[in-house]
Design a protein. Structure first.
Length: 86
């Protein structure tokens, strides 16, 4: 499968960005990994939609720790006593 873009025909998932050369000889593995991760992300979003439909509460409100900046989460956990500073 190919993707038609401004640069012409390129294989799906190969945008030519590999500055460290980590994918040499592993192209098939990388393609399969990209497909798997994309499908997993679609299942996760579907799960969020089902949760919101069933509970009538948004995921952002139900699990706010995942949608806040890390420093805010750490400050709140420290203030609640869940994390103690050294």
């Amino acid at each position: 499968e190919t993707f038609s873009g401004a640069a012409g025909e390129i294989p799906t998932g190969n945008l030519g960005f590999d500055p460290l050369g980590l994918s040499k000889g592993r192209e098939r593995y990388m393609e399969e990994s990209e497909l798997f991760n994309g499908r997993l992300a679609m299942l996760a979003i579907t799960g969020f939609a089902i949760q919101e439909f069933a509970t009538h509460d948004s995921v952002v409100d139900a699990i706010p720790i995942f949608f806040k900046p890390l420093n805010v989460v750490v400050e709140q956990l420290m203030a609640s006593g869940a994390i103690q500073s050294v």
